[in-house]
Design a protein around this ligand. Structure first.
Ligand SMILES: Cc1cc2nc3c(=O)[nH]c(=O)nc-3n(C[C@H](O)[C@H](O)[C@H](O)COP(=O)(O)O)c2cc1C
Length: 106
């Protein structure tokens, strides 16, 4: 709940559903996801913190938020982006899984 109540900016992102074309609908979701990634990188560059939420308060899988923002039946929610100023303690470098452990080379 903190992400929603304490961040100054919340952006709900939708992508277009193309009736009868599951492939295009998926492509739209992927395209929008790429746009979110660009926003994430820009937020980082501006010194902002961003969290992409889908579950819980992200409400992406809940019709309540879909209705609240007035999205049409031709739109699906992709993410709730909570953007704010990172707390000092969050600025430290986190331990990351090395990319090699997540990569399969063929
Ligand atoms: C598609 C997607 C959905 C996500 N949904 C959630 C979510 O519902 N709840 C959550 O706590 N983090 C979620 N995350 C993870 C956060 O956005 C973020 O990556 C995580 O807090 C780690 O941030 P950091 O990599 O800057 O440390 C999601 C990430 C992605 C890419």
């Amino acid at each position: 709940m903190n992400a929603i109540t304490k961040t100054p900016l919340v952006i709900v992102v939708t992508s277009a559903i193309v009736d009868g074309d599951e492939g295009a609908t998926k492509d739209n979701a992927f395209a929008v996801s790429s746009a979110i990634m660009s926003m994430w990188l820009m937020a980082e560059q501006l010194g902002l913190g961003m969290v992409w939420r889908t579950r819980g308060v992200g409400l992406v899988h809940d019709t309540a938020l879909h209705d609240f923002i007035g999205a049409s039946d031709q739109e699906q929610l992709v993410g709730t982006l909570c953007i704010g100023y990172p707390a000092e303690e969050m600025s430290s470098v986190k331990k990351r899984t090395p990319f090699a452990e997540k990569t399969t080379w063929l």
